[in-house]
Design a binder for this molecule. Structure first.
Ligand code: MG
Length: 166
């Protein structure tokens, strides 16, 4: 039996004039995250967790910041590529668990929609995705409302194992 765990972390700076996209969901807010792509910090952390678990290069190596073709990119395509590599390794997602840290805006109203979006990308049921949204208690850049950060953890198991359990 193959069981592989992965962890990912990302942080992006908030800035005016940008769209805020978290977990593939557009969240109405006065600011958005700065980055070369759509700067979806949740999907970037998730991507690195998937890639790490599958023994693949990280997101920065696969989709370099300097490459024009990733400018403004929808980060869902990064997760799609990570999932392609997961499948190619004969693995599937058993579960994912994420912690998003944002002082503002309040993410609770968008939690269900974000879980639905993440479950779709990971090809699992919503029950296999955990998502906690917390503040940083006023501490550091996240606490000052200057940035949003995310931690993601995933567990991958072999494809056959899931097929056998269903
Ligand atoms: Mg990033």
């Amino acid at each position: 039996m193959t069981v592989r765990t992965g962890i990912g972390h990302d942080i992006h700076r908030l800035a005016p004039g940008r769209r805020l996209v978290l977990g593939g969901v557009v969240v109405p807010y006065a600011q958005g995250l700065l980055g070369h792509s759509d700067a979806d910090v949740v999907l970037h952390a998730l991507c690195d967790a998937l890639l790490g678990a599958a023994g693949q290069p990280d997101i920065g190596q696969l989709f370099p910041d300097g490459e024009a073709r990733w400018a403004g990119a929808d980060s869902r395509q990064f997760v799609a590529e990570a999932m392609r590599r997961v499948r190619a390794a004969g693995l599937v997602v058993a579960n994912a668990d994420l912690v998003v840290l944002a002082e503002q805006p309040r993410l609770a109203p968008y939690r269900a929609q974000m879980i639905q979006s993440l479950a779709g990308l990971l090809e699992v049921a919503p029950q296999q995705v955990g998502l906690k949204a917390g503040t940083n208690e006023g501490l550091d850049a996240v606490g000052r409302g200057e940035a949003i950060a995310c931690w993601a953890s995933v567990l991958l198991v072999d494809m056959d194992r899931r097929a056998g359990s269903e």
